[in-house]
Ligand binder design. Structure first.
Ligand code: 4NP
Length: 160
């Protein structure tokens, strides 16, 4: 293992369903693999500010806990300064991606990706769809995508 610890932010629209799940799952996998020293920060944000201060949606939290993944987060909105605080800003859908590219200050350090960039063998949908208005199965599919993308990120981005 080598290199400086990296800071990773996960981003969706409201920061109550998908990105807190991504933060929780990614942190859990990092811990399971004993890779905490490789990361200086793992956090999550929404592009919108409507839910700032709120805990994750109960369906998102329940899905994580059912799979043994602890969740502890309060919603936050991403700001221009965060683009110099994180190495990777990883979002869920194309709408998030457009909003992040608009917000990113010229010359800031963060690299912006869709989480589906790490859909390495194409077995899941690339987009982590907004589950807010759907049923529990949407959260379950999000969880499977996010778990796989997390594993593949670690395999590909850390020189292990
Ligand atoms: P998230 O889901 O972006 O995955 O947190 C949503 C949460 C709230 C809303 C939309 C999506 N909303 O419209 O309030």
């Amino acid at each position: 293992m080598s290199g400086k610890p990296i800071a990773v932010a996960f981003v969706c629209l409201g920061n109550i369903c998908r990105s807190p799940m991504a933060e929780a799952v990614f942190s859990h996998v990092v811990k399971e693999k004993g890779l905490q020293s490789q990361f200086s920060r793992i956090d999550s944000f929404g592009t919108g500010g409507w839910h700032v201060g709120q805990p994750p949606d109960s369906r998102s939290a329940e899905t994580c806990r059912k799979h043994g993944v602890p969740v502890n987060h309060r919603a936050q909105q991403i700001k221009a300064r965060h683009f110099d605080e994180f190495n990777y800003i990883i979002c869920m859908d194309e709408s998030n991606l457009r909003n992040l590219k608009r917000l990113k200050p010229a010359g800031s350090k963060a690299e912006i990706y869709l989480f589906g960039h790490w859909n390495t063998d194409g077995k899941f949908r690339e987009i982590v769809d907004d589950p807010y208005y759907g049923g529990n199965e949407g959260f379950e599919y999000n969880f499977k995508q996010i778990s796989y993308f997390s594993e593949e990120f670690l395999k590909n981005e850390l020189q292990l």
